[in-house]
Write a protein that binds this ligand. Structure first.
Ligand SMILES: Nc1ncnc2c1ncn2[C@@H]1O[C@H](COP(=O)(O)OP(=O)(O)OP(=O)(O)O)[C@@H](O)[C@H]1O
Length: 798
């Protein structure tokens, strides 16, 4: 044994790198790895065939062919030629350590070879081979190679630093002269798959080899870095969780010590009882149970607890199955509506018809009532009356300025501070699932990038869809089909089209002076007296005082301002009575200013000095009708027309059309057709702060301009509205009932109107209609005849 070892040592003195590649080599199969030139390490040889191979090799020059095999074949003796890769490395066996069935050999790789053919198959493979050169001659000159080598070495250094590779590898790589060896050393540390390792072994040109290794090194580096980042975040996460866990444990211990955990248990018990007692549909009960289960699992101190808790509260607070008993008695409805509102005959009739149809067909998915009209005409209070007469709860949902879909439909629970939308919140407020919802000011819905609230409303109002309305916060269905929706708006045109299609529009135009007086005495005064704790005997507000308020302290279509002024009178009187000065008071017209200060509105007609160039038009605004003065003036100039008073485009155009009409018909109208070249005209519509637009002032523009040009005055007791054409026709306009009311308010009782609008006038209640005289005229020429008592064309015709 001793002599054998000696022999091995002697042989080891040989420099294996200098040994030439023999022509024939025994092939030792390598399972799953590549042996690169320049490397040396111990191999274990177990199979009998391979052991025989080693034994034979030791008898000769100790050279064996180390060739990786493609297949994962455990038994070496079953391998065939095609299982081997084509290129391998010559191995020199330095040392052998034999145990019973296992040889341990120390081998170093020297040169590369390629298999040409197999010369022997058994007991092990032997092949005819030739050397594959590792040419380093070019390397010394090549800058590329130099750069690549530098790059590989420095990257490798980083890799070693970032991983658990032994530090010595860096110095080994630095000390190697042969660039091939450097490449192989690095490649062997990159955890490459066998095919990739073998590919590297097979690359012949040095530069290509170095590029490949540099690329693989780079990829490996990236993987290491990514895994490190991952590791870092996981570690942070773990640390945080561990800390939280620890703190919670502590907190639980403290709470236990303080006896608070009993409180928590009691709270949860109470919640469970509540859930059991509450009438809930299946899906809501399941959600409530689920949430309660979560509450039981999480700590009461965690933020999730309060989120889950308030969600559960919402479920418990909603009227899923509670509804008010519905009692619809049409006679009672009639008397309720009458008791709450004076006048409004046509509207009440429409409401009663609407209710009657609902009574006949309870599941009728009918349209939604929408009250359209100026402020303070009783839209909201009609809704309240309907709810009262039906015995349902009433909730008002203000939609003015709502611009976010989430306001209707809520925020998902993933948002911090999420809440249900207004529909669900209002249901909670209503406390029953069949309330009357008044959707106030649907015309003021806005929309922006947060989504369109009107589309969410569409779903709410659509009988086909609203049984399964889903709020984002609740994230489950709530049946809205029993809710009665009523909408209100000031301006019909501003209601989003699809919403308007689903509604039955009921227009309220405003009240006359007399109607306002009746409403005041029958409703507003008693209401305000009660609010201020004055009974009838203590304060009497006389009819003249109410008329004084209507004429000189308010200018409005509705009665909101009037109610406010009555409240002010009550406050003043209450102060006097409470001060002990008087037992009772009566307020007449003269006393009003003592309470409210000087008159605020002087009727416009009275403030005007009338004369040529003035005409009274009628305008429609969202808050009711208005009278509109048009002033024109002529002066020496060069034929220009200027327009002032913040007029909209359409109104400017109608001023131009009015002038064109007059110029084109100058002779017929008794004017000098040549005068226009030497004069400038100025049309002004006062109260400039109010924006004005629309074509309906066309006729008043003609009257005003003609009056200025001819020097004849338009009749002061007459107002007009109508769009004009250049040929002189008068076309229909909108807002007639509001305009008629506005004229009456201003004390004007004669109107010039387009003939198609006669039907609108007929819609106005007869007792108001009887106070006005309307002239329905087709052409401007006919209108001018009525508008002027004295004008050049009249004298000429005479
Ligand atoms: N015909 C009427 N009879 C009795 N009271 C009325 C009548 N019209 C309006 N009122 C009263 O006038 C006040 C204002 O009415 P309400 O608030 O309903 O107006 P609105 O049309 O809804 O206004 P907005 O468009 O600003 O909401 C209420 O106190 C209401 O009771």
């Amino acid at each position: 044994m001793a002599s054998e070892e000696k022999e091995v040592q002697q042989r080891a003195a040989v420099n294996p790198g200098e040994l030439a590649v023999p022509e024939v080599l025994p092939l030792l199969p390598l399972q799953g790895f590549v042996f690169y030139p320049g490397m040396g390490f111990p191999l274990q040889v177990a199979s009998p065939t391979s052991r025989a191979l080693v034994d034979d090799a030791l008898l000769g020059r100790r050279l064996i062919g180390l060739v990786p095999v493609r297949t994962e074949q455990q038994d070496d003796s079953a391998l065939h030629a095609e299982d081997f890769y084509r290129v391998g490395v010559v191995g020199y066996v330095h040392k052998i350590n034999k145990e019973q069935n296992l040889y341990q050999i120390l081998v170093s790789g020297t040169r590369k070879f390629a298999i040409e053919s197999i010369v022997q198959e058994t007991p092990y493979l032997r092949a005819r081979v030739h050397e594959v050169p590792m040419d380093t001659v070019a390397a010394t000159e090549n800058r590329q190679i130099e750069a690549l080598l530098f790059n590989i070495k420095s990257q490798f250094k980083k890799l070693v630093a970032a991983t658990e590779l032994p530090q010595e590898l860096v110095s080994t790589a630095d000390s190697l002269d042969n660039p091939f060896y450097v490449a192989y050393l690095v490649a062997s540390q990159l955890h490459l798959k066998l095919p990739a390792e073998q590919e590297i072994l097979e690359i012949e040109p040095l530069e290509e080899l170095l590029r490949r290794v540099a690329a693989e090194l780079h990829r490996r580096m990236e993987t290491v870095q990514m895994s490190q980042q991952l590791q870092d975040t996981m570690k942070k996460d773990m640390d945080k969780r561990q800390r939280e866990f620890y703190l919670r444990q502590q907190l639980a211990a403290i709470r236990k010590e303080l006896g608070e955990d009993e409180d928590d248990k009691a709270e949860l018990r109470e919640l469970r009882e509540k859930i059991e007692a509450k009438r809930l549909p299946e899906h809501a009960r399941a959600a409530a149970d689920r949430e309660l289960g979560r509450l039981e699992r999480i700590s009461p101190a965690s933020p999730e607890y309060s989120i889950a808790r308030s969600y559960l509260d919402w479920i418990l607070d909603l009227p899923w199955l509670e509804s008010s008993p519905e009692a619809l008695d049409l006679d009672k409805a009639r008397s309720d509506l009458d008791a709450d509102h004076s006048g409004l005959e046509k509207i009440k009739k429409r409401i009663l018809e609407f209710l009657a149809v609902r009574k006949l067909k309870a599941d009728l998915h009918g349209p939604i009532l929408c009250f359209v009209g100026p402020p303070g005409v009783g839209k909201t209070s009609l809704g309240q009356s309907i709810a009262r007469t039906l015995g349902r709860n009433f909730v008002r949902i203000a939609l003015g300025g709502v611009h976010d879909e989430a306001e209707i439909r809520g925020h998902r629970r993933t948002y911090v501070g999420a809440l249900p939308g207004r529909i669900i919140a209002s249901l909670k407020k209503a406390g029953s699932n069949n309330p009357v919802f008044l959707l106030d000011e649907v015309d003021k819905l806005a929309h922006d990038y947060h989504g369109d609230p009107s589309s969410a409303l569409l779903e709410v109002l659509d009988p086909e869809q609203n049984a399964t309305f889903t709020d984002h916060y609740l994230a489950m269905e709530f049946d809205l089909s029993r809710v009665m929706f009523i909408a209100t708006a000031n301006v019909l045109d501003a209601i989003p089209g699809p919403l308007r299609d689903r509604m039955e529009i009921v227009e309220l135009s405003g009240y006359t002076r007399d109607e306002k007086a009746t409403i005041a005495q029958k409703h507003l005064v008693p209401k305000q007296l009660a609010i201020h704790g004055l009974d009838h005997g203590e304060l009497v507000i006389r009819d003249e005082a109410v008329l004084e308020l209507i004429d000189f302290y308010t200018r409005e279509a509705g009665v909101r301002g009037l109610e406010r002024e009555i409240a002010a009178l009550c406050r003043g009187a209450a102060a006097k009575i409470a001060g002990g000065h008087r037992d009772s008071l009566a307020i007449g017209a003269e006393e009003v200013s003592g309470y409210l200060g000087p008159q605020r509105f002087i009727p416009e007609m009275k403030t005007r000095t009338w004369g040529p160039g003035l005409a009274t038009g009628l305008a429609w605004t969202p808050v009711g009708g208005e009278i509109l003065f048009i002033e024109s003036s002529k002066m020496p100039g060069s034929g220009r027309l200027s327009l002032t008073g913040k007029l909209g485009e359409v109104m400017k155009e109608s001023a131009n059309a009015a002038l064109t009409y007059i110029r084109a018909h100058a002779e017929m109208l008794g004017l000098d057709p040549h005068m226009f070249a030497d004069i400038d005209l100025h049309v002004h519509v006062p109260e400039g702060a109010i924006p004005k637009d629309g074509p309906s002032a066309g006729l008043a523009m003609v009257a005003s301009l003609y009056s200025a040009l001819s020097g004849a005055s338009v009749r002061q007791d007459l107002a007009m509205t109508g769009e004009i054409t250049l040929r002189g026709d008068i076309l229909a306009v909108g807002g007639i009932s509001e305009k008629v009311l506005a004229a009456l308010r201003a004390g004007i009782r004669e109107l010039v109107l387009p003939p198609p609008n006669e039907k609108d006038v007929m819609e106005i209640p007869a007792e108001i209609r009887k106070d006005v005289t309307c002239h329905y005229l087709h052409t401007i020429r006919e209108a001018l005849d009525i508008l002027f008592t004295d004008a050049p064309f009249k004298t000429e015709t005479k």
